[in-house]
Design a protein. Structure first.
Length: 263
């Protein structure tokens, strides 16, 4: 979708800000494509924050326009609204101490790094977290979720169009509470958003499965803003941006009114 069509799709469902890894664009267009995306997002009624794509290519079996170097990433990290380093998909390289990957993690502006470590557990997970990678959206089982929290990481519960992990991971939220747990999509097809909603559909499903509404809302709003260092978003309080939803109930989470920056 063009960015303005994406905004038209998700904003009525109550999504007022996103943090995206545009690595598909970067694979095809390199840094030119990411700079284009940042420019295209100026002026839309949605806060679009970008993570600098850390793994272009994601593996040696892919053939991007060209590999993104540490210099390329440094340039992206200097852009306003680029808030960190996107999902570190080469988890075997990080765990093995590959200098090529560790150099990316040492870049100025890379203090905030998203993870990508499917199936990684135990000592390997600890090694991954020790590299200052503090989140993962690739947990498929409750035990994977528990281990990420115990390693001091954020558990990003994903409910996408292909990978649907909400049902498997909600028991972790019931067990530990909402702290360091946030909702994400990665990735939803447009038809899925139109038919079921966006992040609000995860809140609805969570409450239907016994999660307290206030906990589900925190995992959809304050927690993702906190994890991404967006200190003016995610809560209704002095000093916070006026991004507000007016909801008729705490069951369906279909907004009657969405206010973005008070409009």
């Amino acid at each position: 979708l063009w960015i303005d069509e994406f905004v038209r799709t998700v904003l009525p469902h109550g999504t007022t800000a996103v943090a995206a890894d545009p690595h598909e664009i970067a694979n095809v267009l390199g840094t030119d494509g990411v700079h284009w995306l940042l420019d295209a997002c100026d002026g839309v009624p949605l806060d679009v924050f970008v993570m600098a794509s850390s793994c272009v290519p994601a593996s040696r079996f892919e053939s991007p326009r060209r590999e993104l170097t540490t210099g390329d990433l440094e340039g992206l990290l200097r852009r306003r609204r680029v808030i960190g380093l996107a999902e570190m998909m080469n988890f075997p390289g990080v765990i093995a101490g590959d200098e090529h990957e560790l150099a990316k993690l040492r870049l100025e502006g890379a203090s905030h790094v998203d993870g990508h470590a499917p199936g990684v557990l135990g000592k390997q997970l600890n090694a991954y977290a020790a590299a200052r990678i503090r989140s993962d959206h690739e947990a498929y089982t409750a035990e994977e979720g528990r281990q990420r929290l115990r390693a001091g990481m954020w558990l990003l519960i994903r409910e996408a169009s292909a990978a649907r992990n909400l049902d498997a991971l909600l028991p972790v939220a019931r067990e530990f509470g909402p702290e360091r747990i946030a909702f994400c999509t990665d990735d939803r097809e447009p038809e899925h958003i139109v038919d079921e909603g966006h992040i609000n559909s995860m809140v609805r499903a969570s409450v239907a499965q016994g999660i307290a509404p206030e906990d589900a809302i925190v995992m959809a709003s304050l927690n993702p803003a906190t994890w991404h260092g967006l200190t003016e978003l995610g809560a209704i309080a002095p000093g916070y941006q006026a991004d507000l939803l007016v909801l008729p109930d705490l069951e369906q989470f279909e907004p009657e009114l969405v206010l973005k920056r008070g409009r």
